[in-house]
Ligand binder design. Sequence first.
Ligand SMILES: *Cc1c(COP(=O)(O)O)cnc(C)c1O
Length: 408
Amino acid sequence: MFNRDAILQQAKNHDSFYLYDESKIIEAARRLKQNFENVHFLYSMKTNPNKAVLKCVLDQGLGVDAASAAEVKLGKQNGIVQEKIQYSAPGKKVKDIEETINDATIIADSLNEILLINEIAEKKDLVADIGIRVNPSFSFFGGSASPSKFGVDEQQLFDAVPSLLKLKNVSIKGLHVHLRSQELNAAVIEKYYENLLELAVRFQAASGQALSFFNMGSGIGIPYSPDDVPLDVARLGAEASKLFESFRLKLPSMQVYIETGRYVVGKSGVYVTKVLDKKVSCGKTFVILNNTLNGFVRPSIAMLVANYSKDEHPAASEPLFTSKDAFQFFALNNETETEIVTLVGNLCTAADIMAADLKLPKLNCGDIVVITNAGSYAAVLSPMQFSSQDAPVELFLRQDGEIINTTH
Ligand SMILES: *Cc1c(COP(=O)(O)O)cnc(C)c1O
């Protein structure tokens, strides 16, 4: 599950750190590529833009799903060509569009933005190949549409198509839909893909033009809790291939893209921290750890949600909160006796609880605690400036066994 020797070795020099395992990233990327035929995968860089992680993922042949102009630049610096960088985000500024128009396929997020891209392309005397993010007339689970800040409602887009086709400096090449992350049921994702293909057919009928691509977003999830049943990627890939093939005649020139952040990197990382102090208060044992919510914020958010929610299964709020029990805690010592502890941090706030009333081997000061599922939405989401502590470092375990420090 994690490399115990590497962690023990590094803990001699660091009180808290992330350790990303290259071999796990490569394994996950290969699993996707081997199971899906004729699909281009794009790495959703916002999940973990660490430079060694990014290079490793892109070396596996993935393109880039960029959420900002800076992420487009990072993709380009890593040698990714324009056709394999899609830039999708709401509220793009003029500067964002100017900076990326030659390096990415911009996915317009609103009708206003299509006009803005057209204007900028005209000034630059070029025709921009763009995609449009759609809020379709169906939900991820196949029900009716929901209001969304992302994309253009399907009907609004179809109504605008005649005027959009008159624009001289944009050419609509594709569509993008992303409705949900972290789904573990293959049948749900298959049905979602089918609904997207039907949307593509409807769009082609409305525009009279063949689509060059469809970016189907993410949805591909990873098991967080020990109770989660992993997504059957082999089944999903096989069914998706069949589905895409059955639409081949209707969508002859359409390349399918699928985005993924957490699937390729989420399980590759652990967060490691140390016991600084320990006390008993009113019968409860508190273990004080180094850099909790200011090092890896998601376990503390899970505690907040659990404490404030009346539901047994609180709704996810990605990427901040996935589910209860999403992180596992391991004590790296040789204790055989266990105790019930609450894991908190060295911050001057009571909100830095990582886990409450957890059974662990007896912890002593200086012991090491390892937390799983720290490869995605982890370092990048955590408020490391809070209370001016030394931030955790980010380490990368290469396949050849060498460990490099990749802290920004
Ligand atoms: C964040 C994001 C993703 C990545 O989601 P994962 O669950 O990490 O795979 C994909 N597409 C879009 C548009 C996103 O905003």
